[in-house]
Design a protein around this ligand. Structure first.
Ligand code: FPP
Length: 235
């Protein structure tokens, strides 16, 4: 069956900030700053098209390996983004979620995320899910540990473990699986992002670097999605 509807959940691997900056002779952080502007456009495109969930891969657990200057700059950018966007999110009906290991983030980022999540908790128009210090494998291992503890304590029987029970232990509990994954900068990889949740997700890759990603590119991705035949393993 060809899908004609708008995807409910779009996930994005925002790649190419560094290369975008390098091409212009700018520091990598300038690429991330331009990337933050692209996030604003992408959020607006979701509001305009009725996409209900937008998940953005903003910082992977592997990104700590980058130079301290870049890591610190990204954390500052996140803090600035949350400070600047808080009121707009409240007003526009956007609910903020975080996935990833929050406790390992700088205290100020933890506090900001928690503050904006609390301030937007009753919003439902668009769920903005930021993956920060996120690793799909770690998320799965944490879920396995949580289930193992309950089995050992006699709270859960091994035979009762289902995909739904597993889902509920993930950071994304309560969030539907992505319908569409967009990756920029032409790379054909999942890069440890939402490994469980992407099982049946349609993938759209564009060669554009993330800072160049415009509303028209988002619309092209939706159009591509709508031309796909989704069978979920059936015929
Ligand atoms: C990938 O490009 C991008 C990142 C690792 C960070 C994404 C962050 C932002 C878009 C801005 C800050 C986030 C928020 C939420 C305000 P890359 O650096 O890996 O690019 P490269 O592959 O060209 O080096």
């Amino acid at each position: 069956m060809i899908v004609s509807e708008t995807p409910k959940h779009v996930a994005v691997i925002m790649d190419g900030n560094g290369r975008w900056a390098q091409q212009r002779g700018l520091p990598r952080l300038a690429g991330h700053e331009a990337g933050a502007k692209a996030i604003e456009r992408c959020v607006q495109a979701c509001l305009d098209t009725g996409v209900e969930y937008l998940t953005l891969y903003a910082f992977s657990s592997e990104n700590w390996k980058r130079p301290a200057l870049e890591v610190n700059g990204l954390m500052l950018l996140l803090e600035k983004f949350l400070n600047q966007k808080r009121d707009e999110m409240v007003r526009e009906g956007i609910r903020l979620h975080h996935i990833g290991r929050r406790k390992e983030l700088p205290a100020v980022c933890q506090r900001k995320l928690e503050e904006v999540m609390a301030a937007t908790a009753s919003n439902t128009r668009l769920h903005l899910v930021l993956a920060i210090n996120y690793s799909g494998r770690t998320e799965i291992i944490d879920a396995v540990k949580s289930i193992s503890r309950d089995v050992a304590a006699g709270l859960l029987r091994e035979d009762d473990i289902t995909p739904e029970i597993f889902d509920a232990r993930l950071d994304t509990a309560g969030i539907p699986d992505p319908d569409l994954l967009i990756r920029t900068s032409g790379e054909m990889r999942i890069s440890n992002f939402l490994l469980w949740q992407l099982s049946y997700t349609e993938i759209h890759v564009t060669k554009k670097f993330w800072p160049e990603f415009e509303k028209a590119d988002f619309l092209a991705a939706l159009e591509d999605f709508q031309s796909r035949s989704r069978r979920f393993g059936g015929v």
